[in-house]
Design a protein around this ligand. Structure first.
Ligand SMILES: [Zn+2]
Length: 389
């Protein structure tokens, strides 16, 4: 007997557009059908139907830049704590999470990469992202300056190797000595070179893109602003078709107009919404550690105790989604691309996740008409079970 679930009556967002009164059929952890409801079609035995009239069904969210949540840090937590952090984000719709490390000592980062590579092998996380230590002291944000270093390709290589095939992304300031060579090395190894925490000029950024960089780490944040004679990295990153720009849509990191400008200029296929979340996401205000630095979270805004720099976010992607639709007034289809399809493609896992298509993992999110999260399914199992009225 088939263990088949049919989600019916919802607005379903497919790569081709929105289907009114659509349905998604799930079997064996995968999507086996997604599209318009066919009236009169015979449901096979063993089918469970769930009426989601008045709801949206969208693909599960994919977060390529996330440092933790639920009180747990990916940089320093135990395996159980890391899993708790991952689960916290799942409760908010993120069915695919890349674990990001903040700057640390090289040996420490190597050990962390080894430890978390096992979680990636088990499918709990979608790989590792090293944000630092190869970043600019001028744009260090919430990274420990004493541990920063120039991006020596041999050391970049060490970190990749420590990840045992699970390193997905390295954020670096490509203008530093060894930066462009490191970009080449990353590209050769199939690891995303992300330009960020950078003081690069426009020209230096173009050089790094030509060398193989493909991502802008949280565009606008931790880089020089857009000047009329010094367009800097922002102009270079926005204009180049090869670059996907990460945006932290929490209302704190970016002015809505800055977000709109990036979205408009790069287009919906070149934007990836990220959380850049730290431990307090889905947890609460208080004192936390971000790597080696102390952070105070007040009214959901995380700042370094010393100096007051913004220290990651407390964002979850369900909030980023709702904000994008209701405040930024972006079309739902564009938001789905930015929050699911584009990051999945970036990670090279779009054959399995990132859209509602037959053959892919049954990773999906149910939202109500106000775009509040009502359900989350991951690999065919409910993480949050919707209870439609
Ligand atoms: Zn980060």
């Amino acid at each position: 007997m088939a263990d088949r679930t049919v989600l019916a009556g919802a607005r379903v967002v497919l790569p081709t557009g929105i289907i009114e009164n659509g349905r998604v059929i799930v079997e064996g952890g995968r999507i086996v059908g997604a599209g318009a409801f066919e009236s009169g079609a015979e449901a096979p035995a063993g089918t469970r139907a769930l009426d989601l009239t008045g709801h949206w069904v969208v693909p599960g969210f994919v977060d390529t830049h996330n440092h933790g949540g639920g009180g747990a840090s990916f940089t320093s937590g135990t395996v159980d704590e890391v899993l708790k952090g991952v689960h916290t984000h799942r409760l908010h719709g993120t069915t695919t999470t890349v674990a990001s490390f903040v700057t640390g000592d090289m040996d420490f980062l190597g050990r962390r990469a080894g430890l978390l590579s096992e979680l990636a092998e088990q499918g709990e996380i979608a790989g590792l992202h090293f944000e630092g230590p190869f970043i600019s002291p001028c744009r260090k944000g919430a990274h420990d300056e004493t541990l920063l270093r120039d991006p020596d390709p041999a050391e970049v290589r060490k970190l990749i190797d420590a990840g045992r095939g699970q390193a997905r992304m390295v954020t670096l300031a490509t203008e530093l000595p060894g930066g462009v060579d490191s970009v080449r090395l990353l590209a050769e190894h199939g690891v995303i070179a992300a330009i960020g925490h950078t003081d690069a000029t426009y020209e230096q950024t173009v050089e790094a893109i030509d060398a193989g960089a493909t991502v802008a780490t949280h565009l606008y944040n931790a880089m020089p602003g857009l000047g009329h004679r010094t367009p800097g990295p922002i102009a270079a990153l926005l204009e180049d078709e090869r670059i996907t720009v990460e945006l932290i849509n929490d209302g704190t990191h970016l002015h809505p107009a800055a977000l709109e400008l990036a979205f408009h200029h790069a287009g919906p296929d070149r934007v990836a919404f990220i959380t850049d979340a730290m431990d307090a996401a889905g947890f609460g205000d208080g004192r936390y550690m971000l790597g080696t630095l102390e952070v105070e979270v007040k009214d959901s805004v995380a700042r370094l105790v010393e100096g007051g720099s913004i220290a990651g976010s407390t964002l979850t992607l369900d909030r980023a989604f709702k904000r994008a639709v209701t405040i930024d007034r972006l079309p739902v289809e564009s938001v789905v691309r930015a929050i699911s399809a584009n990051p999945a493609r970036l990670l090279g896992i779009d054959d399995r996740v990132g859209s509602l298509e037959p053959g892919k993992d049954a990773d999906l999110v149910v939202l109500d008409e106000e775009f509040d999260l009502k359900g989350v399914m991951r690999k065919g199992a409910w993480v949050v079970e919707p209870r439609p009225a």
